[in-house]
Design a protein around this ligand. Structure first.
Ligand SMILES: C[S@@+](CC[C@H](N)C(=O)[O-])C[C@H]1O[C@@H](n2cnc3c(N)ncnc32)[C@H](O)[C@@H]1O
Length: 282
């Protein structure tokens, strides 16, 4: 089969499920990776002959897309902050909003050269600590997650990106203290309320780890309250807390931090205009 024949098969199979732009993006990403070509080459070489085993593999990928599996899990990798990360069913697929949080943290580090120790809580794939360490190599970066399987993936990602991170398996909700004090604590904890499940796309609901996503309707700030308490205990004097938040709970999260005594609280919108991040000083 020639590549252009596969492309028309691919388009036909997926056209009722995804918009054309997304199908094109899938096609170029999959073919570039599986044939080890640049995207330009995929475009130019549409008469290239595909081996039977490759056609078979591409058909299996098409079937997974038909089952609405995320492309990142199908291929096992994604890009975050210009770096490559392995992803699988044990870790959340890193989101573009979280890249904005990392940028905010890195801006703060660049303007405060005495910053040494950084902690990420709920690290998943390790996207936050690895991107921070890669771009602020003088810092010591640690990261906590409750999931041993997520940490296995994060450790591989740190190794592949040539950075040293101190990964710690820990349940933050039952922890009375942290291992040491930190100049920065950053977290993108679970924050989607059960009542928001209907807004979540099928492919997220069916594939991404619910442990990484959901909190109860009754206590949606459970992680933020606990992280705030631990941060008050373990941030250094000029220490700063950075949080990714639920867009619908911006003011509630700000008020909770204010009531606990945090200062200089900034609520920031993401590129889509949603309240998405908070920076607060001890
Ligand atoms: C929203 S995900 C964020 C993952 C990653 N930091 C990112 O931004 O893509 C939240 C993470 O918190 C972890 N988590 C859930 N409950 C936890 C707990 N009680 N203690 C520590 N980590 C927890 C999950 O395993 C998951 O990896």
């Amino acid at each position: 089969m020639e590549l252009k024949e596969f492309r028309s098969f691919f388009n036909n199979q997926l056209k009722n499920l995804y918009p054309k732009t997304e199908i094109d993006a899938f096609f170029f990403r999959i073919v570039a990776e599986k044939l080890n070509l640049s995207v330009t080459d995929v475009f130019m070489k549409d008469s290239i002959k595909l081996s039977d085993s490759l056609v078979n593999e591409l058909q299996q990928i098409t079937n997974k897309l038909l089952q609405e599996q995320p492309i990142q899990y199908i291929l096992g990798t994604t890009e975050f902050y210009g770096l490559q990360f392995d992803v699988n069913e044990h870790v959340l697929i890193p989101r573009p909003e979280t890249e904005e949080l990392v940028s905010w943290v890195l801006d703060h580090i660049k303007n405060n050269l005495t910053i040494k120790n950084v902690l990420d809580i709920g690290t998943g794939s390790g996207c936050i600590p690895i991107s921070i360490k890669k771009n602020a190599s003088d810092t010591n970066v640690s990261a906590i997650d409750i999931s041993a399987k997520a940490l296995e993936t994060a450790i591989i990602n740190a190794k592949n990106n040539n950075v040293l991170i101190d990964f710690i398996e820990k349940d933050i909700l039952t922890s009375k203290s942290l291992h040491q004090d930190y100049d920065i604590i950053v977290s993108n904890p679970p924050y989607v309320r059960e009542l928001e499940k209907q807004e979540i796309k099928n492919n997220v609901l069916a594939n991404e780890p619910h442990l990484a996503l959901f909190v109860s309707n009754e206590n949606p700030l459970v992680f933020y309250k606990k992280i705030a308490d631990l941060a008050l205990q373990h941030l250094t004097n000029n220490g700063v807390l950075f949080l990714e938040i639920n867009q619908y709970l911006g003011q509630e999260t700000v008020n909770m931090l204010k009531n606990k005594g945090f200062k200089n609280i900034e609520l920031k919108k993401d590129l889509f205009g949603n309240n998405r991040m908070i920076k607060a000083s001890k």
